[in-house]
Write a protein of this length. Sequence first.
Length: 185
Amino acid sequence: MTATDRPTATGDDITGPARGDTVAGVVRQWRAVHPGLDTGPMEIIGRINRCAALLQQAEDAPLRRVGLSRPEFDLLGALRRTGHELTPGELARETFSSGAAVTKRLKQLSERGLVERRGDTRDRRVAHVRLTDAGRGLVDSLLPEQLAYETAALSGLGSPERGELAGLLGELLVQLEGRLGAPRP
């Protein structure tokens, strides 16, 4: 895909290969109802949201096969990638989840033997969570499959386009995290 093939997001015209995508149809409908509105932001945000939904549906299939939800896998992944014990509060921040949701998920993961909790020797109100060998093995077996799916999903883009897209999305994310007060890792 070259720069001239890429869809515009100016609100003036929907061009390029994305012309037939779902969001392009929605934009055309909104323009018919409100011709004076700039739909440029919708062309970007709508496509990001649609891509995220489609990617999530297919990417979650390996998780469902082993009885995990995406939020549960995110907790296990946070423990695996940080390489050390975390408190439930730290896990909530790592996974952008509420404390109550983390507590519920940790209970389920503990019952499955995937995580262990231990109390803090200095403060009994604090718990530390770590992966069990079974939890580590599950994450390590699922991650290659997840990455293979992501590689296949992006296979239509060349390396330069993937790099450009990653950079642009990274810039947007930093901007949104700063504006919306989201925690930065």
